[in-house]
Design a protein around this ligand. Sequence first.
Ligand SMILES: Nc1nc2c(c(=O)[nH]1)N[C@H]1C(S)=C(S)[C@@H](COP(=O)(O)O)O[C@H]1N2
Ligand SMILES: [Mo]
Length: 204
Amino acid sequence: MSRTIPPAGDPKRVPPGQYLVSKFPVLSYGPTPPFDPAKWDLRLLGEVRSPLTLDYARYKALPRVEQLSDFHCVTTWSRLDNRWHGVRSIELLKLVELTPRARFVIVWCEGDYTTNLPLEEFLAEDVMVADGLDGRPLEPDHGFPARLVVPKLYGWKSAKWVRALEFSAVDQPGFWEVRGYHNHGDPWREERYDDDDGSDSGQT
Ligand SMILES: Nc1nc2c(c(=O)[nH]1)N[C@H]1C(S)=C(S)[C@@H](COP(=O)(O)O)O[C@H]1N2
Ligand SMILES: [Mo]
């Protein structure tokens, strides 16, 4: 983590149309699910040679990192320098062998929430499944015990309460992606809405 971080407020760090917040807002569609370590698991499935189910103990035992990254919500707030604690996506990928058909990752959460991203972007160095933030266990509302963190895409791709990662040959637009949001969601290119006309949609 020896890169030089430009100061907060620097346009190089704050994408167009975003303002900075210091507290982390909670943005959830639906209720925070209960967590029972005895029943919880995380599944890796789809285009893998053999699907894998990690129970909570095995998940907790995976190699962990702490990593700083910025977070940009499409509703225009950004929070810089979030110190996430968790497992890198590339670490999870060491546990399964993908088939050559795998091109997308579909993220399945508790409740009805899903999101999708290209495999290549899932495997970026700063993507992780986190269970801690800023030196503390993640608050349940923020996705404990497993939330995806995808700093280079809008916040709705950083799915909370993840239970399965499906490697897929075909793209499967997720909860917000089928409700008017951009399929890709790059904040630096303001990929907010699928029609790209800048009009407001329903995300709160
Ligand atoms: N399962 C689930 N994940 C989710 C959401 C959600 O409603 N359900 N909201 C998304 C949106 S729109 C944003 S901006 C971030 C917000 O994360 P936070 O509530 O931890 O701030 O979570 C994303 N992940
Ligand atoms: Mo969001």
